[in-house]
Design a protein around this ligand. Sequence first.
Ligand code: AHG
Ligand code: MN
Ligand code: MN
Length: 345
Amino acid sequence: MIGTIGTTITEFIIAEQRRFAGATGDFTSLINDIVIACKTIASAVKYGKLSAMDVLGSTDTENVQGEKQKKLDVISNDLFIKRNEWSGYVAAMASEEMDGVYHLPKQFPRGKYLLVYDPLDGSSNTEVNGAIGTIFSILRRPGNAEGEPDAKEFMQPGTQQICAGYALYGPSTMMVLTSGFGVNGFTLDQRIGEFILSHPDMRIPEDTNEFAINAAYTRFWDPPMKRYMDECLAGKEGPRDKDFNMRWAGAMIADVHRVLSRGGIFMYPMDRKMRAKGATGKLRLLYEANPMGFIVEQAGGAASTGTERILEIQPHDLHQRCPVIMGSKNEVERVVSYHKEFAQA
Ligand code: AHG
Ligand code: MN
Ligand code: MN
């Protein structure tokens, strides 16, 4: 059987770049390298225990955030580096799995972009053959920057992102992208090894009756979250006057992809337990919240911490964490209004 005849991701990006008179093609080439990195990770993931690399299980190491690294976390991080360090499009990289900024080896030219990524989101799902993925965000290197990029150059609010995307390794492999002109989804056609445009102009419905939250933390939630969830759970018999449905994949990427596909609200809110540990949230601002927030906003949804728009947070640390509430606009706005009312009371 022959492969799909459709728009490839490269054709699509080139067409998008033609909107900019002075475009050099660097951006298109950078996306191409990211696409190849994600296809390589997809193939490593696909064979699981059968992979020659034996990709499943844990390493003996922890990342800078004290989380045990899965083999696939480390392999994916290395694959991303190898694919992107040589090309001359990137100036430096930062990822969830590296302590500090990754400086390119001396022999490679420095480009104008900063690449930020979570090489494998939801990596604990690898043990159960659940959906996982790679999240990335592209920033422009500040214009006046000189020498090797330092962490300060990465401290740009999410509104400055040039592009954000993710590859989802599920029953099919998908790539979802935005560069600020809406959101488009591509499915990997395994027969020809190319991502083909399959989900043009993805939109999140403004209303929903589906939520995603780890309810095991209910007792730690702040009052506005408790209120919101109590009302959802009361369903038809409560003030919302409709029944809700719940889903939790345990991988933000899979949960937010569902939200993009059929609406919903995804929440990893601040809670008492995190506060007691001095944590500012669970999910990482640069590698998770900003890219997914950009995509969700571009699809007509909203992304907030409960008290502020995620994309407007001024980062001060590469590994900074923040609360995340994103998805269908009216639902996110409701949660935000409950936080406001609570603060005023
Ligand atoms: P990662 O695998 O990159 O460390 O991210 C896991 C994150 C996120 O994807 C997911 O939504 C969340 O952790 C799950 O946390 P809980 O185990 O607390 O539910
Ligand atoms: Mn993650
Ligand atoms: Mn990760």
